[in-house]
Design a protein around this ligand. Structure first.
Ligand code: GLA
Length: 726
């Protein structure tokens, strides 16, 4: 519910268990007051700080204001601007025609909408009641609409800003972020998710300090290096206790998020599209919409914040067509064959899993163009009949004859120099004339800022999908942009390249993913290098990492779950020694860890013994039993593998009648200390049948005392299943 208290000019935005409040102060500035647990609608002016700040620049034209009440830099901001006394990181920085960079965006009214309108050209949360706060510069006419949406089923607020040039002259936006918000302290721990190829989303935690903590990407993708996410933990916050604020950006291109500890002892948050290598001319009458930021609040530690995001994204962001439906349980041939396959080999891989319950076969890279290794063929989305005589039909018919579905790999945004499309249309490549574009994995990138290039890709990919009976697509993206430049853009538009590329990606997704509602789409980016909220809108699951080693996966999946629901993580059982780490882990462990996501297999199944096949059959049956929990349940992280020898996670149904606990010990030792794993998230009052113990136990005992798993050997996993009785 959104309320405006006219007397105090305060907006109260009440979500499920949270209140967000700001007011229009004496200078007409939108001043942030509060984000946290639900509170009433009192006059909150008593919460404002006072005290003399003699060296500050007063609000222009308000010399009558007392010293302690008179500067923009003092007001916790909903949007901060530059040039009039506010020296914090501005939300907006623009250049007017004269070359001056002043803006003063002040209150100009509001609207309440029953439903949030979509953000043009960009994915965003669906949502209900929305406040649009209008701010305007009286001198130039430049304006900003700040959107706020509340949710009655998740502890989050969705925000974005639409910048509008309502003046007479073109302005250049040098920075156009999505939000600003003040937090009352500056002693937080700032948590971010960093990584690299094959070790995505590790957890970093550093203390807030005086100055700016910034995380960003300059890669024209959200990146494996830093996820577009930041959490601020109060000093006493742990996994399940204490206050935590989350900032998650629904965006897939170069971004920045900043937390600034000011001299006042508070924290100023802002961010959005990265303003490095950015400028956006806005002619009179034009607007620029910014990506959505989803702000979460938890009084139940980091775990509570994660559950808030999981609820919000499952209910309002992930493609509703697939979000809660059982996922394809697939066998993918990549690690089984790499580029080296024939129709016969693929059919044998399929035959080997018939009867196990695996229901989908995915043909990975190498089926098209001249593609026998990664040096050629990308962009030529025409089947390689030399490799696959009879076209895709032979393998597709075979897969269907076994009652299974067929999936196919694409990398639509890419092009190899050695491809027919590159020879015919060298101008489709992102490059600068007279310079040799950087290779990465021997490939170049398509200029998605050019509509003609997007049309080519849409036509080529959709043709394959229309001419073949395909139920599943894996959409890959294996390198980052270099030479950010497009011949299709004017000089003034070049510095908007990274954002325009993102708009191009979303346009492709609309015209390929949304245009093929019968096909299930999985995202991928050389593993998990574009695992972000905008992508999970289109791809309800994403290949989490090219590292399929079970031990490494405990880290990657733990970190990914900080923001993203388990059901968004594609997790495969692969062969040992593992192709990435060379490590050998038990087959059962690999399955148990892969079951904490959208599970599948990725190995040469023709080597299966009867025993292996029986094991797979049992694993698939086990997965189906817990699948609803993976798709809809509440996640409780119990042991962090980055901090200990153990990894434990529980998933509990919303009604707390069913749960599963996965516990894992990395290294075995002898005569070791007793390790108890305290269950979490159960109803203490309920009694649970614990299949593995052969007895019923109260939720209270399971959570207070815990279980004592009997792991055997290294990399061992033990599972427990809980069912409430009566
Ligand atoms: C990327 C993906 C892999 C596989 C290969 C194919 O690395 O992450 O899963 O599809 O490309 O080239």
């Amino acid at each position: 519910m959104i309320t405006f208290e006219a007397k105090t000019r305060t907006f109260f935005l009440d979500g499920k268990g949270v209140t967000y409040a700001f007011f229009i102060n004496h200078a007409d500035f939108a001043e942030h007051l509060y984000f946290g647990k639900t509170i009433g609608h009192d006059d909150l002016s008593f919460t404002r700080a006072s005290g003399s700040r003699s060296t500050i620049a007063k609000v222009p034209g308000h010399d009558d204001f007392s010293e302690e009440d008179g500067s923009y830099v003092q007001f916790p901001a909903e949007l901060s601007f530059f040039g009039t006394g506010d020296y914090r990181e501005p939300t907006l920085h623009l250049e007017n025609q004269s070359g001056d960079r002043l803006t003063e965006l002040l209150y100009a009214g509001y609207d309440l909408l029953p439903e949030k309108p979509p953000i043009p050209g960009m994915p965003s949360m669906t949502g209900g009641e929305t406040l649009v706060l209008h701010l305007k510069d009286k001198v130039t006419g430049f304006a900003a609409d700040l959107y706020y949406t509340v949710y009655d089923d998740a502890d989050v607020i969705a925000r974005h800003i639409v910048y509008k040039n309502e003046g007479a002259e073109t302005v250049t936006l040098r920075r156009a972020y999505s939000f600003a918000m003040g937090l009352p302290q500056n002693d937080y721990q700032v948590l971010s998710l960093y990584g690299a190829w094959a070790r995505e989303r590790r957890i970093d935690k550093i203390p807030m300090h005086h100055g700016v903590i910034s995380i960003d990407s300059k890669r024209t993708t959200s990146s494996a290096e830093l996820n577009p996410f930041m959490a601020l933990l109060s000093p006493d916050a742990t996994e399940e206790f204490g206050e935590v604020y989350g900032v998650s950006l629904v965006y897939s291109s170069s971004f920045v998020l900043k937390a600034e500890g000011t001299i006042d002892g508070v924290t100023h948050l802002t961010g959005g599209i990265n303003d490095f290598d950015f400028a956006w001319p806005l002619a009179a009458g034009e607007t620029l919409a910014t990506p959505e930021v989803v702000l979460a609040y938890s009084a139940e530690g980091l775990g509570g914040m994660s559950r808030a995001y999981h609820d919000a994204y499952r209910e309002h962001l992930i493609n509703p067509r697939y979000v809660k439906t059982p996922r394809p349980l697939l066998i993918n041939n990549w690690e089984g064959t790499y580029f080296n396959f024939t129709n016969e080999k693929l059919m044998a891989i399929v035959d080997a899993v018939v009867g196990t319950g695996i229901d989908t076969f995915v043909l990975d890279d190498g089926w098209f163009g001249k593609r026998d290794d990664d040096s050629s063929g990308l962009g030529d989305w025409i089947v390689n009949e030399k490799k696959l005589p009879g076209g895709l039909k032979t393998i597709i018919d075979h897969v269907h004859s076994k009652g299974m579905n067929f999936g196919l790999w694409f990398e639509p945004e890419m092009i190899n120099e050695d491809s027919d499309i590159c020879r015919a249309h060298p101008e489709y490549v992102i490059r600068v004339d007279n310079r040799h574009p950087c290779y990465s994995r021997h490939q170049w990138m398509m200029d998605l800022t050019n509509p003609e290039v997007r049309d080519y890709i849409v036509t080529a990919v959709n043709k394959v999908l229309a001419e073949n009976q395909i139920e599943y697509v894996k959409w890959d993206y294996n390198r980052n942009v270099t030479e950010s430049f497009s011949k299709a853009l004017s000089r003034e538009e070049q510095l908007g390249f990274a954002h325009r590329y993102a708009l191009g990606v979303y346009d492709l997704c609309e015209r390929i993913v949304e245009a093929n509602p019968g096909i299930f789409f999985e995202g991928c980016a050389g593993g998990g290098a574009r695992f972000d909220p905008a992508m999970i809108h289109y791809f309800s699951q994403i290949w989490t990492s090219d590292d399929s080693d079970a031990e490494e996966r405990t880290h990657i999946q733990y970190g990914t779950s900080i923001v993203y629901p388990l059901s968004t993580m594609s997790c495969h059982v692969s062969i040992c020694p593992n192709h990435q780490t060379g490590r050998t882990t038990p087959f059962a462990t690999r399955a148990t860890i892969a079951h904490l996501g959208a599970t599948g297999y990725e190995l040469d199944t023709t080597t299966f013994t009867e025993e292996d096949k029986e094991a797979v059959k049992a694993q698939v049956a086990d997965y189906h039993k817990m699948e609803k929990l993976v798709l809809e349940g509440d996640l409780y992280r119990i042991d962090n593998p980055m901090e200990s020898n153990f990894f434990s996670e529980a998933i509990v149904s919303k009604d707390k009648t069913e749960a599963i606990l996965v516990t894992y010990r990395r290294m075995a030792s002898v005569n070791n200390q007793i390790k108890r794993v305290r269950m979490a998230g159960l109803d203490p009052e309920k009694r649970y049948e614990v299949a593995e113990l052969g007895q019923t136990v109260s939720g209270a005992a399971l959570m207070q005392i815990g279980l004592v798993p009997n792991w055997s050997g290294d990399f061992a996993a033990v599972e427990y299943h809980f069912k409430a009785i009566d």
